[in-house]
Design a protein around this ligand. Structure first.
Ligand code: NDP
Ligand code: GDR
Length: 328
């Protein structure tokens, strides 16, 4: 039975990846920071077979202990401070966790596998936020990186450290440059879930309006369940490499609002959405659209869920959740 250790098990991707690996017959271990985390209830109820081990990406010794306890064949490093807007207010801690945390995990794996550096395969959760200011459209593996947030800068550090450990020590370390991926499990601070929740509440008469930031930014959105499959595929390749994972389509925040409101039968949402500077970012990533040809050709990966279906799925889920909350 292959074994995997996942950091970021309580996040959106951690849950989907756990389900995927358990279904494939893996013994799955998840790194958690402590027991007082409300998101742990969801992990315990959704994937009760996942074994939990305590550790923190800022603490190398805890990562070494987690590796000794789980003895993994594959490590998926999904843990990070992942909310871009927050990263300006907390640039130092974002650098420590999202940036230097990757180095800690790589170093822990290196020390754990001195006898055979390729023995443990490593996945790093890199991000389309690394592309930042538009240099090329669509963005691909070779596109120049120009991050626009402390989060993006930290991800660039982690990305190049992963490449460096591969080249320096012969580690099987791959980096997935994933574009935005969403689901009903997305955190409510991210724009898709914020919109799906608010649209459901407006439809149910529980809320009057949504207060938003920049409506002109464009993102390449896909379904998280599809994207974790690409992570796994990367670690099944004979050699480690870097891959863009994206849908190849882009939509603005306005398109997102159109799709979400249309799903509940509202065509004109102009009176229901207000913009407020508090949700504008000091520097914006204006346009993301990825070219997933390499992932398609080498990994045989392609997304199964399109933008409209994704938004519909999220709004439906929030209609159910919000109705249940009111019914209680
Ligand atoms: P989430 O924000 O949902 O989850 C982040 C996870 O990181 C949580 O489990 C959190 O644990 C954990 N974490 C935070 N700080 C630490 C720490 N100091 N030590 C260990 N773990 C920590 O992210 P997603 O699931 O959406 O994303 C997974 C990864 O992929 C992240 O690295 C993200 O940056 C990256 N990514 C995501 C994309 C997306 O569109 N979703 C796109 C591209 C990259 P806790 O519950 O304890 O806070
Ligand atoms: P992003 O996701 O920054 O792309 O990072 P987010 O959903 O937060 O923002 C997407 C775009 O929407 C605009 N926006 C708003 N965003 C939020 N959160 N709230 C608002 O009210 C709002 N109004 C407009 C933003 O300005 C932005 O342009 C996500 C994270 O998952 C990262 O961890 C990951 O690396 C990248 O996706 C790829």
């Amino acid at each position: 039975m292959p074994r995997a250790l996942i950091t970021g098990i309580t996040g959106q991707d951690g849950l989907y990846l756990s389900e995927l690996l358990l279904a494939k017959g893996y013994e799955v271990w998840g790194l958690i920071r402590g027991q007082n985390n409300p998101k742990l209830d969801l992990v315990r109820s959704t994937v009760p077979d996942v074994r939990l081990v305590t550790g923190d990406l800022t603490d190398l010794s805890s990562l070494m202990r987690a590796l000794s306890a789980s003895r993994p064949d594959e490590v998926y490093n999904l843990g990070a401070i992942s909310y871009v807007a927050y990263s300006w207010e907390n640039a130092m801690v974002t650098s420590e966790v999202t940036g230097k945390g990757v180095l800690n995990m790589l170093e822990a794996v290196r020390l754990h596998t001195l006898d055979d550096p390729g023995r443990v395969r490593f996945y790093q959760a890199s991000s389309s936020e690394m592309f930042g200011k538009v240099q090329e459209v669509p963005q691909r593996e070779s596109t120049l990186l120009w991050p626009r947030s402390p989060y993006g800068v930290a991800k660039v550090f982690g990305h190049y450290m992963t490449i460096n450990y591969r080249e320096s020590y012969g580690m099987h370390a791959s980096s997935g440059i994933l574009f935005n991926h969403e689901s009903p499990r997305r955190g409510p601070e991210f724009v898709t879930r914020k919109v799906s929740q608010a649209v459901a509440r407006i439809k149910l008469g529980l809320q009057d309006e949504i207060v938003m930031g920049n409506l002109d930014a464009k993102r390449d959105w896909g379904f998280a369940g599809d994207y974790v499959e690409a992570m796994w595929l990367m670690l099944q390749q004979p050699t480690a490499d870097d891959y863009v994972v994206a849908s190849g389509e882009t939509h603005s925040i306005r398109d997102l609002l159109d799709a979400a409101f249309a799903h509940v039968g509202i065509e004109d949402w102009s009176g229901l959405v207000r913009q407020d500077p508090q949700f504008m970012r000091p520097a914006e990533v204006e346009l993301l659209i990825g070219d997933p040809s390499k992932a398609r050709q080498v990994l045989g990966w392609k997304p199964s869920i399109d933008f409209a279906t994704l938004v519909g799925m999220m709004v439906e889920n929030d209609l159910r959740e919000q109705s249940d909350l009111v019914g209680r």
